[in-house]
Design a protein around this ligand. Structure first.
Ligand code: MG
Length: 249
């Protein structure tokens, strides 16, 4: 006896329906509920202040968390609760060392424009004092795209240019995952960066190709797993405020 295609279809659908019904009766909603461990409760007063589990690196009052490369006191200025590059004194480094972090930093390039291209409002955040997230006045200021504001310098251009005008406070919110090396110093896991510039996603897990270099191709040079964060003195008076990190490991 021949069975029509419609009958076969009906039988198959019935089997699927019965199967699904018995599956949904076996699996209870609570089977997929996670009740422990409970996420730690942290205090967030408002979005402008560091969360209670953050390490505050600059709150407007002093440079106690910072030093120069030779471990001398940071000689940058404090003005109106912000810290200002003191051109010629050199880069500053956190006294604490970090591996994977979430970083928040606010920065402002000078209202009075001097110079152009790479000479307008240049600084940079160097994670582990090696991997630069560029700071530049990129508001109506052309330069190479992988060297503009929010570029991972000479490695990746930002997805968009979310720059505000000079003299406006801007923000970076970054997730930095540190590289890992084996005992012989060979890279086994490259660093990565996710970056929001003024709240806009500009890098989504970009894989860092090595130490930031001005000339040539970046490569990795093995280093210990915790390193300071560095802010660049590029001779332009960039202001910074509200700097904090959360350790992710
Ligand atoms: Mg720079």
């Amino acid at each position: 006896m021949l069975i029509s295609i419609n009958k076969i279809r009906f039988i198959l659908l019935t089997i699927v329906f019965i199967g699904f019904n018995s599956y949904s009766q076996e699996i209870k909603p609570e089977d997929t509920e996670v009740w422990a461990p409970v996420p730690a409760i942290i205090e967030v007063k408002n979005i402008w202040q560091p969360p209670s589990d953050a390490i505050v690196l600059f709150d407007g009052s002093n440079l106690n968390e910072w030093q120069h490369n030779d471990s001398s006191d940071a000689k940058w200025f404090i003005e109106k609760n912000s810290m200002l590059v003191n051109p010629g004194t050199g880069n500053i480094f956190t006294k604490k060392e970090f591996k994977d972090v979430q970083l928040h930093i606010e920065w402002k390039t000078p209202t009075i424009i001097t110079g152009d291209g790479q000479n307008r409002g240049n600084s940079g955040i160097f994670f582990q004092k090696r991997y630069e997230l560029q700071i530049l006045d990129s508001y109506k200021n052309s330069t190479y795209a992988n060297g503009q504001a929010a570029s991972i310098y000479k490695q990746y251009s930002p997805m968009v240019n979310a720059s505000m005008a000079p003299g406006e406070w801007q923000t970076y919110d970054v997730i930095f995952i540190a590289p890992e090396f084996d005992k012989s110093g060979k890279i086994i896991s490259k660093a990565e960066m996710t970056v929001f510039h003024n709240g806009v996603l500009v890098h989504n897990r970009s894989i860092i190709q090595g130490t930031t270099v001005y000339r040539g191709t970046p490569s990795y040079i093995s280093h210990s797993e915790r390193q300071p964060i560095m802010i660049q003195d590029h001779s332009n008076p960039i202001a910074f405020r509200n700097i904090w990190v959360r350790e992710l490991n």
